[in-house]
Design a protein around this ligand. Structure first.
Ligand SMILES: Cc1ncc(COP(=O)(O)O)c(C=O)c1O
Length: 485
């Protein structure tokens, strides 16, 4: 049993130990704090500032300019997200038919790839306007699903799109709702869905149709999403005079104006039906503008307007509120609206376009010069041929330029005229030209499409191969197939 003295002795030494422990802990803490804040850590460096007070955006700006400054001999580009090369930085991505670390090596006998509608012809324009068109995102830019006031769409972008249509005079916007999409491709099915009868057993599915030759995506998407409400039902020719087209069945007609592939202006042919009029190319650099378009449902895209296909942004102008709401609901269900980053980028691009309209750096005037010159040069060569022909396009009055202009189509629609060339795609392929067969848009194999909106390198190689092809005619032979195919 413990005595009182022993207890007070042991209590006293325990108190002393506790005191020592407490003091040493305090001392250690004080040392730690002093070391952390007074001795080893220098004061945080003030961010580097430019004269106008920039700080955190500088590093991003430097990175962007560093890659843009890499020399790719005018035949390629470097991108911030390109594949990291041997120096730990992204290297040049070369245009087709060019290679080497700086894209300076021309591939001999290279095939001309004119298949896709990749709208790179405006890349030099945006390089010239680097300062005005660059956007810097902070790491916290619009993290939210919501953009403004509970909406998924940028109110400011909506305003600028309307301003642009009014200024260009290519669409009536005042009585229309705007629906944003991840490229106009996203809106193809959104609009078919919005125009279809709400699925119930009483109403047959809507018939989705288009006129030959048409953009193949309408068919492939409709077939892919085929449901109770709608189905792909072939071409308008089959229905225009068909008595079974009666009022119990809904028709949704796709119309492209100017058309892809033949670049001519089109109107709906099935009167009394719903129409989705795709105006992807209805801008003054790619067609003449006779009047503002004013259909009930219209589609547009930045891809062919400014060349920003990779940003994936398109919009629909819709007159009827109920149809617009159904299309918006489709986009909200499928993607919860379009990318907030993209919306900011497109806003900037449209501001640059608007600021330069009718000026020295008008994108439409500059784009028109490029495209009309390509068409003129291609025509000059093909007009010497009996073997192939192009669509006929007369000069037309354009309200935007306020004058008659020569054509500037996005695509050449080639017909093979010689009997033996019944597969025009194969005929051109044998001459080192990759095109898009008319089979994909139900026009048949006599026709094939050449894209004219790719890079200048692409066009130059295409013109070389076509010239060889036409020159070979007078010797009654096809040019030898390219070795690089
Ligand atoms: C007529 C037409 N509509 C829509 C599109 C697709 O555009 P986006 O890039 O906006 O999806 C294209 C692309 O070539 C097209 O030719």
């Amino acid at each position: 049993m413990e005595t009182g003295w022993h207890r007070s002795q042991s209590l006293g030494s325990a108190g002393l130990r506790l005191h020592v422990l407490l003091c040493s802990s305090l001392l250690l803490n004080a040392l730690f704090i002093a070391q952390k804040f007074l001795r080893t850590s220098p004061p945080p460096t003030a961010p580097e500032r430019l004269g106008d007070g920039l700080s955190w955006a500088l590093q991003a700006a430097k990175e962007a300019e560093d890659v843009a400054a890499v020399d790719c001999s005018g035949h390629g580009s470097v991108f911030l997200d390109g594949v990291t090369g041997e120096y730990g930085r992204p290297g040049c991505e070369c245009n087709s038919c060019f290679s080497g670390p700086d894209c300076s090596v021309r591939t001999p006998n290279c095939a001309a790839d004119a298949q896709s509608g990749d709208p790179l012809f405006l890349e030099p324009y945006w390089m010239r306007h680097a300062a005005a068109s660059t956007v810097v995102f902070s790491g916290w830019h619009r993290l939210s699903y919501i953009t403004t006031d509970g909406h998924f769409n940028s109110v400011e972008l909506d305003r600028q799109i309307r301003r642009l249509h009014r200024a260009v005079g290519n669409a009536v916007v005042d009585d229309k709702y705007l629906v944003f999409g991840t490229g106009s491709t996203h809106l193809i099915n959104a609009l078919v869905y919005a125009l279809s009868p709400e699925g119930n057993a009483a109403s047959p599915p809507a018939s989705v149709v288009a006129t030959v030759p048409y953009f193949a995506m309408y068919r492939s998407q409709t077939v892919m999403f085929d449901g109770r409400e709608y189905r792909w039902d072939g071409t308008t020719a089959a229905w225009a005079n068909n008595s079974s087209r009666n009022s119990t069945r809904d028709f949704i007609e796709f119309v492209i104006s100017p058309n892809n592939p033949d670049s001519t202006l089109h109107k709906p042919v099935l009167t009394g039906s719903s129409a989705i009029v795709d105006h992807a190319y209805y801008w003054p650099h790619l067609t003449h503008i006779p009047a503002p378009a004013d259909e009930d449902v219209m589609l547009f895209t930045t891809s062919k307007l400014s060349g920003h296909a990779g940003s994936r942004f398109g919009w629909a102008l819709v007159r009827d509120e109920k149809v617009a709401k159904r299309a918006i609901s489709y986009t909200e269900q499928s993607t919860v609206g379009t990318s907030r980053d993209t919306q900011l980028r497109v806003l900037k691009i449209l501001e640059v376009i608007l600021a330069n309209l009718h000026g020295k750096e008008d994108i439409f005037a500059i784009g028109y010069d490029v495209m009309s010159s390509r068409w003129r040069r291609l025509n000059a060569v093909v007009s010497r041929s009996t073997r192939i022909s192009l669509q006929k396009m007369p000069p037309q009055y354009c309200t935007y330029f306020n004058r008659i202009k020569e054509p500037s189509p996005s695509y050449a629609w080639v017909k093979c005229e010689w009997e033996e060339d019944d597969d025009c795609y194969e005929t051109l392929l044998a001459a080192g030209i990759i095109s898009l067969t008319g089979n994909v848009n139900e026009a048949g194999t006599r026709y094939t499409r050449l894209s004219l909106i790719k890079t200048q390198d692409d066009f130059d190689v295409l013109l070389e191969r076509i010239t060889e092809f036409v020159d070979a005619e007078k010797h009654g032979r096809a040019p030898a197939a390219s070795s690089s195919m």
